[in-house]
Design a protein around this ligand. Structure first.
Ligand code: PAF
Length: 282
C-alpha cells in the first residue's frame, strides 16, 4: 500500500490511473479504524480496480465544544489493517494543505435543509464541515464510487444531496452499520466510554429496536412514541439528545406516501455522544 500526504503527488498518481483506465473506489475516514470502516473497504473492493482510503481528522466538522485534539489517532494500527485488506493507496493530507488559506477564509459547501435538522440542530456547522471536506476529497481523489456507513445516516443523505446538487460524477454507496455482539453500533467514540458506560451503551440500539417493533405492530402516533421512548432511554442512564422518526428518503416528518421510515436517536453517556438509527418498512 502506498501512503501519500502530498496533494500534487496524489493528483499525479490519479492521472496515471486514468491513463490506465482504472476505476477508483474511495473510502474517506477520520482514522481510528474499526470493523465498520473495514467493511466499507471490503465493499469498495467489490466495485473498482483501485481502492483509496483517506485518513483526515477534519477540524471544520468539529464544534467549539468538541475536542478535536482528543479524537483518537491510531495511525500505525490503521495502516496495518488497510494494508492487510489490500488497499492500494492511503491518502493522509495535512490540515495546512487542505485548508491552505485558513479555516476562517475557507470556501464551504452547505446542503441546506438536510444539514440543519436532527443532528445538525444539535451540532451547528457540522454538516457544512463534512460536505466541504468530502467535496474537496472527491476533487482530489476523483473516485467513481465512494462508500459511507449507514450509521451516520444523516451524513449519508447530506453527501448524496451534495452529489446530486453539484452534479458530481460518482456513485455514493451506503453500507449497513457494523455492530458489537451486544448491538452497540461500532464507532470511534465508543473508545471514550468507561466500563460502566460501555455496559449501558447498547440501550440506545435496544430503544430504537423496540420502537421499530411498535411501528411494525401498527403504531402511528409517532410523537407520543418518541416521547415515551425518550423517557425509557433516560431511565437506562443515557441522556437523550433526540429520538425522531423520519422519512428515510427526505429525512422530513413522515407523510402518508412514505413506505420506509428511519428511527434516529442520539444520546449522551457522560460527554460522549452516541448516535444510531434503524430503518423500518411500513
Ligand atoms: O464519517 C466520517 O468519518 C467523516 O465525517 C468523514 C466522512 C470522513 C468526513 O470527514
Amino acid at each position: 500500500m502506498q501512503t501519500v500526504s502530498d496533494i500534487t503527488q496524489l493528483r499525479e498518481i490519479r492521472r496515471q490511473w486514468k491513463v490506465e483506465n482504472k476505476s477508483i473506489a474511495f473510502v474517506p475516514t477520520m482514522g481510528n479504524l474499526h470493523q465498520g470502516h473495514l467493511k466499507l473497504v471490503k465493499e469498495a473492493k467489490k466495485h473498482a480496480d483501485i481502492v483509496v482510503v483517506s485518513i483526515f481528522v477534519n477540524p471544520l466538522q468539529f464544534g467549539a465544544e468538541e475536542d478535536l485534539d482528543a479524537y483518537p489517532r491510531t495511525i500505525e494500527d490503521d495502516k496495518n489493517a488497510l494494508n492487510e485488506l489490500g488497499v492500494n493507496l492511503l491518502f493522509m493530507p495535512k490540515a495546512e494543505d487542505i485548508y491552505s488559506r485558513g479555516l476562517e477564509q475557507q470556501t464551504f459547501v452547505e446542503v441546506p435543509g438536510l444539514s440543519y435538522m436532527i443532528c445538525g440542530a444539535s451540532r451547528p456547522g457540522h454538516f457544512r464541515g463534512v460536505a466541504t471536506i468530502v467535496c474537496k476529497l472527491f476533487n482530489m481523489v476523483q473516485p467513481n464510487n465512494a462508500f459511507f456507513g449507514e450509521k451516520d445516516f444523516q451524513q449519508l443523505q447530506v453527501i448524496k444531496a451534495m452529489v446530486t446538487d453539484l452534479s458530481m460524477n460518482l456513485s455514493i454507496h451506503g453500507v449497513p452499520t457494523e455492530r458489537e455482539s451486544d448491538g452497540l453500533a461500532m464507532s470511534s467514540r465508543n473508545n471514550y466510554l468507561n466500563t460502566e458506560q460501555r455496559a449501558i451503551a447498547p440501550a440506545l440500539y435496544k430503544t430504537i429496536q423496540a420502537m421499530k417493533s411498535d411501528i411494525q405492530s401498527g403504531r402511528r402516533d409517532f410523537s407520543v412514541l418518541c416521547a415515551a421512548y425518550k423517557t425509557e432511554l433516560a431511565k437506562s442512564g443515557i441522556k437523550p439528545d433526540y429520538i425522531d422518526i423520519r422519512s428515510s428518503v427526505s429525512l422530513l416528518q413522515p407523510s402518508h406516501e412514505d413506505t420506509v421510515l428511519v428511527i434516529l436517536a442520539a444520546g449522551f453517556l457522560g460527554k460522549t455522544r452516541l448516535i444510531d438509527n434503524i430503518q423500518v418498512s411500513i
